[in-house]
Design a protein. Structure first.
Length: 202
């Protein structure tokens, strides 16, 4: 690994618009750190069905196959306008390495919890947990009263929780009737985060 000076010299910034593809599946390349916005990592199978692997918020990293040397098997897409720093993994400072390890440890923990929810929890709990996770991301806004609104479609939410739009729409209806959410066009308002947390942990 190189010095901090080397890292500064071998890093560069890039910006992307909402919906732009940052990375395609393929051989390993550079390491990326999100500066602003939200980036979604997702995979598509042979039948064209997609699944969200994880979201990367500001400060988070993706492209870790640049370190492992393994092929990239996912797409990275900017959900919102996003800025990233592109890093050469061979010239990371000690502080960069520690930040990367910590971020990937947190990402692994989140993935473990997501897999556990997928295997053992009902869809309603998975939807509730996903909305809570995204309530402080770039696709969310918070009113002066502290009410969070997550802007995403039912299709996008379905891909994130391993389901289909029709079933997710039914679950959202249940959460609306319970008073946890208010639903609008491509947006979900979290009215009762405590109730949503209780449902996510059920």
């Amino acid at each position: 690994m190189g010095s901090a000076r080397g890292t500064e010299q071998l890093s560069r910034s890039r910006t992307f618009g909402a919906g732009d593809v940052v990375l395609y599946p393929g051989p390993p390349g550079d390491l990326y750190q999100v500066v602003s916005g939200l980036v979604r990592l997702h995979a598509v199978d042979g039948d064209g069905l997609g699944a969200t692997l994880r979201y990367v918020k500001p400060g988070g990293y993706f492209g870790e196959e640049a370190v492992t040397g393994r092929p990239r098997r996912y797409f990275a897409e900017a959900v919102t306008a996003a800025a990233v720093t592109v890093l050469d993994p061979h010239y990371l400072s000690g502080a960069d390495v520690r930040a990367l390890v910590l971020d990937l440890a947190v990402a692994i923990d989140r993935l473990n919890r997501s897999v556990l929810r997928l295997a053992t929890r009902p869809l309603k709990a998975r939807v509730a947990a996903e909305l809570l996770e995204l309530s402080d991301s770039a696709i969310a806004s918070v009113s002066e009263e502290g009410v969070a609104t997550v802007r995403m479609t039912h299709d996008e939410l379905a891909a994130a929780v391993g389901s289909v739009r029709e079933t997710v729409t039914k679950v959202i209806g249940e959460l609306v009737r319970a008073g946890a959410l208010r639903a609008g066009y491509a947006k979900l308002v979290i009215l009762d985060p405590d109730l949503l947390t209780e449902i996510a942990d059920a």
